[in-house]
Design a protein around this ligand. Structure first.
Ligand SMILES: Cc1cc2nc3c(=O)[nH]c(=O)nc-3n(C[C@H](O)[C@H](O)[C@H](O)COP(=O)(O)O)c2cc1C
Length: 213
């Protein structure tokens, strides 16, 4: 955006928060609220997709599968916001070692070829995969009841490697918060504060907390 000769202002960076929990009073939703606030405090304009609240349909239909793009305005809005966002924050509970089905379906419908990754090469000849999200920062926050690191591995692998790694993101930050069950009010307060104190760098890839030592 050019406002006067020689002086260029950039529009504010965009953060996309995607939250998947059916209970608005859940700890998970509170974490999403704090993470969104942290993004706003870091100078981002926020776009928020609350999948249960919005009634997102996670089913990739046979028509959409064959067509290769979506006529569903909810998917189109998600694609637009995802493409525009420099920062993507995903918040969900650990359900059987992965995200709730609604979020899995969101990934399946939004992260499609041509949007999140693509295959490129000569017309005739082998094509190689390119990730199209490589310039984005990613933070995934997962609430869980499991405290053993081995139980977190499937979540880390799914987000860091299978989803965002595949799409070219090298440094997705996956943070597991828990065990929530049996935690004290004070501990949950600290987790919320830690998330609220996160600061995101709009131009680079660094994510840091303003309160951590
Ligand atoms: C359908 C379902 C599946 C779950 N699967 C797991 C699981 O595999 N491992 C685990 O530690 N907790 C599991 N939980 C517990 C949630 O992870 C836990 O309740 C949640 O993270 C607590 O925070 P919340 O208030 O955000 O829900 C499951 C809960 C539900 C409802």
């Amino acid at each position: 955006m050019q406002t006067s000769p020689g002086f260029i202002t950039h529009p504010q960076p965009v953060a996309l928060t995607v939250v998947a929990h059916p209970e608005p009073r859940s700890f998970c939703t509170a974490i999403a609220d704090r993470a969104s606030r942290a993004a706003t405090h870091s100078g981002f304009v926020l776009r928020r997709h609350d999948l249960y609240r919005d009634g997102f349909n996670p089913v990739l239909s046979v028509e959409e599968y064959r067509r290769g793009f979506s006529l569903d305005t909810a998917v189109q809005a998600a694609v637009n916001d995802m493409q525009e966002a420099q920062l993507i924050i995903v918040v969900h509970p650990d359900w059987w070692g992965g995200p709730p089905a609604i979020l899995k379906g969101w990934i399946e419908r939004v992260f499609r070829a041509g949007i999140a990754y693509d295959y490129r090469g000569q017309d005739i000849g082998p094509k190689s995969r390119v990730g199209l999200l490589q310039h984005k920062q990613v933070l995934v926050l997962v609430t869980t009841d499991a405290d053993a690191d081995v139980d977190h591995q499937s979540l880390r692998r799914y987000w860091s490697r299978n989803v965002f790694g595949f799409c070219g993101v090298h440094n997705s930050d996956v943070r597991i918060l828990g065990p929530v069950h049996g935690s004290s009010a004070g501990t949950r307060k600290l987790w919320l504060k830690d998330v609220e104190n996160l600061r995101f760098n709009a131009s680079g890839t660094e994510i840091h907390s303003s309160s951590s030592p």
